[in-house]
Design a protein around this ligand. Structure first.
Ligand code: ATP
Length: 330
């Protein structure tokens, strides 16, 4: 396995703020890697450390095995796609895409031909003459992508690139980006605060909290086996059970997570847990039913079409013991 990006105990401080705090990280070549976390958790700073727009206060960053601590951004074989796209408004689409090649001194004919190839790759054939102002948000997003890819980076950094798009377009672009990454085989490092986006696109993801990585793993590992309460809460809306309740249910006395879709409602007589329905929230594919039991409030996802309890009703809750997942830390 070739390692594309490696952080060895990397920190970046801004005055007293530890934006990135002793992060160790290893991203294998060809991976779609997502950095997920709430606002201010250090994701963008990590990306800027890879691109070279930011320097670490401590620690070493290696790209394909080479220490890049003193390598300027333009010599790192890494390109960034920004959330605001940062296109040049006075240049047309083809010139925008060919810009990096122009800076490298590539002649106009080759530049234009390469730009057209990239535009075809992102499904924008025939848009070369337009100015960015004459494109939709999704089209501008693709131009930004083409402009980064034309430089043939070995690592592509994407900073919330779909943040400005509406949900439908966002989902379409998620699929396209994922397919493009697989086809090109380039390492993608993708920053997002949207857990659905990270889970659906990434091969591996890191969950950030306060400048540290709370957990790294595949989407299913992170979703099914959150290591901490923070991860369980942030990635999907899991139920977090206090140690006493977990113990009462026959598990170890540890903070534990239990996904809403792992729970089923039943009558109170047969169930291990019983409580009162205090809320029903319709979500389209299902309804999230809130049940207050002794010691906790649990969300139960009832698929649309299944019978729903009344507000205030007494209900039982059943689940497989294997779905109750103890966590390492509070
Ligand atoms: P968001 O999702 O909001 O973009 P993020 O997870 O990308 O957040 P960062 O932008 O990496 O977070 O910021 C991490 C912390 O470092 C924040 O507290 C931020 O205010 C601080 N920070 C980032 N850049 C600077 C800077 N140039 N000067 C001072 N503080 C900074």
């Amino acid at each position: 396995m070739t390692v594309a990006v490696e952080f060895a105990s990397v920190s970046r401080h801004f005055g007293t703020v530890r934006a990135v705090d002793e992060v160790d990280l290893s991203i294998a070549e060809g991976t779609f890697f997502a950095m997920l976390g709430p606002s201010g958790s250090g994701k963008t700073t990590c990306l800027r450390l890879i691109s070279g727009f930011e320097k670490p206060t401590h620690g070493a960053i290696r790209i394909f095995g080479q220490d890049v601590s003193n390598t300027p951004p333009n010599r790192r074989n890494v390109n960034t796609v920004f959330q605001d796209y940062a296109l040049f408004p006075h240049l047309n689409v083809r010139e925008n895409v060919g810009y990096g090649l122009m800076v490298k001194g590539v002649g106009r004919a080759t530049r234009n031909a390469r730009a057209e190839e990239m535009l075809a790759l992102v499904k924008l054939d025939g848009f070369g003459e337009r100015k960015p102002g004459q494109l939709s948000g999704g089209q501008r997003q693709r131009v930004a992508l083409a402009r980064a890819l034309v430089n043939e980076p070995r690592v592509l950094l994407l900073d919330e690139p779909l943040g400005a798009l509406d949900l439908k377009l966002r989902e379409a672009m998620q699929d396209e980006l994922k397919a493009l990454q697989k086809r090109l085989g380039i390492t993608f490092v993708f920053v997002t605060h949207d857990q659905t986006e990270a889970l659906s696109m990434a091969d591996r993801l890191a969950v950030f909290n306060h400048g540290k990585i709370a957990q790294i793993g595949t989407p299913s590992e992170i979703y099914a086996q959150p290591r901490t309460r923070f991860v369980a809460d942030f990635v999907g809306s899991s139920n977090v059970l206090p140690p006493k309740l977990a113990q009462r249910l026959g598990a170890a006395p540890k903070w534990s997570s239990l996904r809403p879709e792992a729970l089923r409602l039943t009558d109170t007589r047969t169930a291990a847990l019983a409580g009162t329905v205090t809320g029903l929230r319709y979500l389209g594919a299902g309804t999230r039913v809130t049940v207050v039991v002794t010691g906790a409030e649990l969300g139960v996802l009832v698929p649309t079409g299944s019978p729903l309890p009344e507000q205030g009703a007494e209900v039982g809750i059943v689940f497989d013991a294997a779905d109750l997942h103890p966590m390492e830390e509070a």
